[in-house]
Structure formats: C-alpha cells, structure tokens
Ligand binder design. Sequence first.
Ligand code: NZQ
Ligand code: ZN
Length: 388
Amino acid sequence: MLGNFTYSNPTKLYFGKDALDGLNAELPKYGKNVLLVYGSGSIKKNGIYDKVVKILKENGKEVFEDGGVMPNPTNEKLNEGIERARKAKANLILAVGGGSVCDYAKAVSVSVNCNEDAWDKYYIRFDDVTCDIVPVGCVLTMVGTGSEMNGGSVITNHEQKLKIGHVFGDNVFPKFSILNPEFTLTLPRYQMISGIFDIMSHILEQYFSGEDDNTSDYIMEGLLRSLIHSADVAVKNPNDYEARSNIMWTATWALNTLVEKGKSTDWMVHMLGQAVGAYTDATHGMTLSAVSIPYYRYIMQYGLKKFSRYAINVWNVNPENKTDEQIANEGLTAMQSWMEKIGLVMNLSQLGVKAEMIDGITKSTLVMDGGYKILNEEDIKAVLKASL
Ligand code: NZQ
Ligand code: ZN
C-alpha cells in the first residue's frame, strides 16, 4: 500500500572511473567563486585535491578553501564555514570528501544568507530554510551515508551532548555528485567496513516498518543481497573495483528517498547511534553496528512477520517446520555472524562507553514513532545496557 507521495530527486550523478570529467559540464552553470570544502587531509595525500583544483582553475574559478572539516562535524566548525562562505561570496560550495564534508557543506549552504544561529535554527527548532541557498556539489570519497543524493545534514554539539540530523528538502540536495569508486580505494579498512554497515542500517531502518505489501521492501531486499555479496568480496580484496563500485551505488540508493516511499520508517538505530556519537565522537557506522543486534532482538517480537521474511529473503534461512520466532531469531543470528566476520564493532564498550554514561546517552536519544515499537526511557536503557 503505497499511499500518496511526491517523488523527485534533483541530484545529477556522474558515476564511474571518468566521473570527475562531469565537473567540466557542471562548473559553467555557477558563478566564479567556489568554496572548496574538505576534511583533514586525505584528499591531499591521495591526489584528489590536485585533480579537483586543476579542473576548477581550468574553468576560470576563484577557489576559496575551507579545509579541516572533522568526522562528525561540529557546530563551531559550521559557524566558521558560514563566515568563510560569506567572505568568499561563494556561488558554489564544492564538497570533496565523505558524508561529514557533504553534510557540512549543506549546513553552510542554508546558513550563509541567514542571520540566526544555525544550530538553534536547524538542529534544535528544525525550522524550514527561509533564506537563499548557496548550491552544493559533491565529489564523494567515502561511501556510506548517502549524503551525495539526499538532504541529510548531521551536526554534533559536544557542549550540549547532542548529535542531530536535519533532513532538508530537495532544494538543498547536492545539485550534482561525482561518484568515482576509485576515489574510495584509499579508505582505511575500518572506514570501509563502517560505511558498509551504515548502508545496511539505512536499508533496515526503512525496511523494518509497516505490515503491508510494498514494492519498496522488495527493492530493499535486493539492495541488501547485493551489499552482503559485494561486502564479502571487498573485505577479502579491498581493491576489487567491481565490488567497491557496487557498494558505492547501493549506498546511494539506500538513502536517496526512493525506498522510503510508502513506508513509515523506523530510524531508532540511528537515534541510538547518534546519541552514542554525541558522547564518544565514534565513527558513525560503528555506533550503529554496536547497538543493532540488541535493538533488533528487543523489538523483534513486535514485528515478527517482517523479521521472519528478512531471515528468509536476505539470510537464506530455511523456514521449513519452524515458527516465525525461530526463523526470525535465526536471521538475526546469521546477521550477527556476518557482522562479526567482516570486522564490525559489536558492542559499545569498544567505543568507550561506560555503564555510568547510559543515563546521559538515554537522555540524548530522540524517540521516533515509525517502527514496530515506540521505545520509552526504560526500553532505551535496556537496549543500551544489552549493547555494552
Ligand atoms: O577528513 P579526511 O582526511 O578526509 O578523512 C576522512 C575521515 O577521517 C576519511 N576519508 C574519507 N575519504 C577518504 C578517507 N580516507 C582515505 N581515503 C579516502 N578516500 O574517512 C574518515 C571518515 O569520513 P566521514 O566523512 O566522517 O565519514 P562518513 O561518510 O561516514 O560520514 C559520517 C557523517 O555523516 C553523517 C554521520 O552522522 C556523520 O556525521 N550521516 C549523514 C547522513 C546523511 N547525510 O543522510 C546519514 C547518515 O546516517 C549519517 O548520520
Ligand atoms: Zn547512517
């Protein structure tokens, strides 16, 4: 039952080994001043920075730099970026990096022409954008978040112990994104695996909701099977272009608004993971892997039919002579073994969480109502304790 919805995705994608050539087609559409946003230096080491700057110069652009965007970008860095974009009179913000850099670029883009405090406006009050947006383009170097084709923008406030995502409308989506799987080959293994689980989690957050027959669920089962297969190949041989390119493409489709259509969607794993992130600054995908199995075991009974379907269609559990509960449990066990096999973080202690932090993390966890169970404070504490 798909219901009523509007669907459009304005991001133009350039995919493959020649994708960076797409910049030559895109840059003439924007004014002279480009704010080049990047992280802590990986693009300088692997040569992507030089390639991008060369193309910008060839297209007659004035390049203004905003480097040093940290993983899990902060509100302080955001305020700095807004100032830089204003001084540069930026006509285009070009994000070269992973989800953190792309998210940050979007947060800058909606704040440059706005006088209010960006954190309060977008991350506390969740206000709509009321000022002119500076367009964003993205050259992706880390795969997982889907930020290259969505309106998501997550900012961390360490002082307030909050990590919050604002999902902006399609006017804030990157106008274009360059997806060259070769650009991801220099990623450390830890980041590659973290990104793989981020993709899996995005799909599951949307899959585990509703009881109706919905095309979106079939698409997601296909994406999951492709992801598991390619992840197995990439973990054995990270330089396997075929596997890395499939993972990149799956990441984009996992969170570019298509598969959420007709779904209420859960997102509690992300709310728990983000609260953990606010306390530990841990790598995003690993905060999700640490809480996923305890969370799913906790809510499984409320969505038994779907968990049983997941076990059969994604993990090849044989359903013969078994109850839904047995099938569902076998599915989660198969998922857990696979997660352990590819090297994911499986508990919060490994991320530096201590028992005495549970109360605080519980308070920082936003509660969503689209999944199989609406968690109360005690539920959240129980899941976090089981994840320690
Ligand atoms: O900073 P640099 O030097 O670039 O290093 C980065 C960073 O240390 C490194 N890296 C990236 N590409 C590389 C590379 N190292 C070597 N070679 C390359 N090609 O990887 C590290 C992690 O990068 P980051 O951008 O932080 O990772 P990710 O893409 O996972 O982004 C995480 C952020 O995105 C948010 C997360 O909460 C987190 O803040 N999310 C955004 C979403 C969205 N926009 O829809 C949804 C997600 O659920 C997520 O919440
Ligand atoms: Zn995520």
